[in-house]
Design a protein around this ligand. Structure first.
Ligand code: NAD
Length: 295
């Protein structure tokens, strides 16, 4: 089995790397947070000293970092993986970043005959732990086929969506749907409460019909239980919606719903809720309505 270098051991990267270990892949890992590295080393990985060091020791590099600037730094920056990756090796970037940056990084790697797939994920921490993420991939078919078994140890669904950057375009589409859906669930349950109807009974009544969704099933209970522990932080969703809006501007795609949800998320961030789960979007509605959801 090829040795994998895994960089970025946060909420998602930690369980994903552990699933690769469980599947028998030898792993060398790095993160700027030492305690995160120690945890995965305890599970059986080797410790890397820097991205460059990880790349010198591995045939395949996987990155799971917050956003475009961190991916550029880890791949192309000082002590970046590009310094030691060998021709023919591959970077699989599983972070959610701007599609244009995926293409830019891939072009720089291609100059050294290094291959790349962009392979962001959806599903959050529980599915990262279970190894049942949805993985949306951009790149060429042969590279996809070669690394499908490794990706399958982390995901239940792995789909090649097009050329490099297509994975992150798909992830932006995903984040538009999730953000608008959380806002719609918030709007509906706050209206029900204001109108004197128990929001939990509304949830029970409509979840099986056309209005039901994975988002509603996951987030409505969190809203009613006042459990805003992330999960997926508002700050990260703002990052993704920024990437949506930047991408949309470049291609003149309309985004009226994303524009509105972005304003709500920014106002919550300004009030110090950036590290809360994105289900805390309901707080935007609750404050205006002067109520709180409870079962
Ligand atoms: P996180 O902030 O928990 O983890 C990111 C990790 O990267 C951290 O451990 C951090 O220390 C590390 N890091 C940052 N800069 C670094 C650098 N220069 N060198 C090495 N390590 C560095 O974030 P996360 O929730 O694990 O998300 C990672 C990516 O996955 C993001 O792009 C996010 O949008 C996406 N994502 C997250 C979820 C979720 O539910 N959390 C779901 C789907 C996709």
């Amino acid at each position: 089995m090829k040795k994998i270098g895994f960089i970025g051991l946060g909420i998602m990267g930690k369980p994903m790397s552990k699933n690769l270990l469980k599947a028998g892949y030898p792993l060398v890992v790095y993160d700027i947070v030492a305690t995160a590295v120690d945890e995965v080393v305890k599970a059986g990985a080797e410790k890397g000293a820097s991205p460059k060091d990880v790349a010198a020791k591995a045939d395949v590099i996987i990155t799971m970092l917050p956003n475009s600037p961190q991916v550029k730094e880890v791949v192309l920056g000082k002590d970046g993986v590009i310094e030691t990756m060998r021709p023919g090796s591959i970077l699989i970037d599983m972070s959610s970043i701007a599609p244009l940056v995926s293409r830019e990084v891939a072009a720089r790697l291609a100059e050294k005959k290094i291959r790349m797939l962009d392979a962001p994920v959806s599903g959050g921490e529980p599915k990262a732990i279970d190894g049942t993420l949805s993985i949306m991939v951009g790149g060429n078919q042969a590279d996809f086929d070669e690394f499908l078994p490794a990706m399958k140890t982390m995901g239940a669904s792995v789909v090649l969506c097009g050329e490099i950057g297509a994975g992150n375009v798909t992830k932006l589409a995903n984040q538009i749907v999730v953000a608008a859906n959380i806002a719609a669930v918030s709007e509906a349950l706050v209206l029900a409460t204001k109108a004197g109807v128990n929001p939990d009974l509304v949830f029970q009544a409509i979840r099986g019909g056309l209005a039901g969704s994975t988002v509603m099933n996951a987030k409505a209970p969190m809203m009613m239980d006042r459990n805003f522990k992330p999960g997926f932080r508002i700050n990260l969703h703002i990052k993704d919606l920024n990437n949506v809006l930047d991408t949309a501007k470049g291609i003149a795609a309309p985004t009226p719903l994303t524009d509105e949800v972005m304003k709500m998320m920014l106002s919550l961030r300004d009030e110090g809720m950036g590290d809360a789960d994105h289900s805390a979007l309901v707080r935007f509605y609750e404050k205006i309505a002067g109520i709180e959801l409870h079962r």
